[in-house]
Design a binder for this molecule. Structure first.
Ligand code: GZL
Length: 332
């Protein structure tokens, strides 16, 4: 999937003022203590977050909240606990509250046109951050800020084909997919499959969702280990599932990183520690620190300015031998 990506290089530091308020589970609380009136001159951003399912998500939420405070933007924040109906409800609440801008990370790609049309009819611009929607109507949102998940999948596949370049043996792979229907799960799977399809020695013998969580990642890996005695590689769509799977691998008496090579995505600190311990072989970075860029875009769309259709974050690939040196400077 070729994409015109505009890498948003610099992030202007924003004047700091106080964050007036940030509702937690329920956007009803609002930034004005429920009085209904909006602080004069302040932009009000409604942000509907996916949930708190992973270390990546926690870092992403912290980045958005800190950046809003720094930018002097009033943030109304909601946590959907990984349920689309909760995100839709939060967006409708933001519309009723007449926020200036709505931003959200769609938990899954489909089913957003109706509520996005309601935001458009209310004259409220929408920014997609982190995950994308599959809507054909590009007028329903102003821009997408986040990663190229297909590229992350191809980077994971490229590491594998390099690692086994001189091997003729079959390489049995199990895959822990992210949340079913989500853009990162769909695209990381597609990118990885695209790269390995060129060499028939690579066989994905099992592939199932672990919903981006440690607990589910462990549970599904336990099932994989029970039904497959010949697993060579685990490809996990995020670090939390990889870390859960590592526990299952060790409990099965095998060495993660050696008996079963582990490829992961995100780049949270715990994954770098696991790489220094030899338990993960490579991490493809997915940057959650989108807060400052999101606030820049929020100010621009609130002012009616034209913004790039797509703003991508810059990310790297960290093989195990790079982990020790990189760990001290990891920010999430
Ligand atoms: C990717 C993000 C994914 C992370 C997971 O941008 O949507 O969701 O890879 C997180 O850790 O749960």
């Amino acid at each position: 999937m070729a994409r015109r990506a505009v890498v948003f290089a610099g992030i202007a530091l924003l004047a700091s003022t106080t964050l007036t308020a940030c509702s937690t589970e329920n956007p009803e609380a609002g930034s004005d203590g429920g009085s209904g009136s909006k602080p004069k001159g302040k932009i009000v951003l409604g942000f509907a977050q996916v949930g708190a399912e992973s270390g990546w998500r926690t870092a992403n939420t912290k980045s958005v909240q800190e950046a809003a405070k720094k930018a002097g933007i009033t943030l109304k924040f909601s946590d959907a606990q990984q349920k689309q109906e909760n995100q839709i409800k939060a967006i409708r609440t933001f519309i009723q509250q007449k926020v200036d801008v709505i931003a959200f990370s769609p938990v899954v790609e489909s089913g957003w046109d109706t509520v996005l049309k309601e935001a458009k009819d209310a004259g409220i611009p929408v920014i997609l951050t982190d995950r994308a929607v599959d809507s054909k109507d590009k007028s329903l949102y102003k821009t997408f800020l986040g990663s190229d998940f297909v590229k992350e999948g191809t980077s994971a596949g490229q590491w594998l084909t390099d690692e086994y370049a001189n091997s003729k043996d079959t390489v049995n792979i199990v895959e822990l997919q992210g949340t079913t229907g989500s853009a990162p799960a769909n695209d990381r799977k597609a990118g990885f499959a695209e790269v390995i399809k060129g060499d028939h020695k690579f066989k994905i013998i099992a592939s199932q969702t672990g919903d981006f969580t440690r607990a589910k990642g462990k549970e599904v890996m336990q099932a994989f280990l029970k039904s497959h005695k010949d697993i060579d590689v685990l490809y996990a769509h995020n670090d939390d599932m990889a870390l859960g799977a590592i526990q299952a691998i060790e409990e099965a008496g095998k060495q993660p990183g050696k008996d079963i090579k582990v490829i992961s995505v995100d780049g949270i600190k715990d994954a770098f520690v696991a790489m220094t311990e030899g338990k993960i072989n490579v991490v493809v970075e997915c940057n959650p620190l989108l807060g400052d860029q999101l606030m820049e875009l929020t100010k621009s769309v609130a002012a009616g300015e034209v913004v790039p259709e797509r703003v991508e974050t810059e990310e790297g690939v960290f093989p195990q031998d790079k982990a020790k040196a990189a760990l001290p400077s990891r920010k999430y």
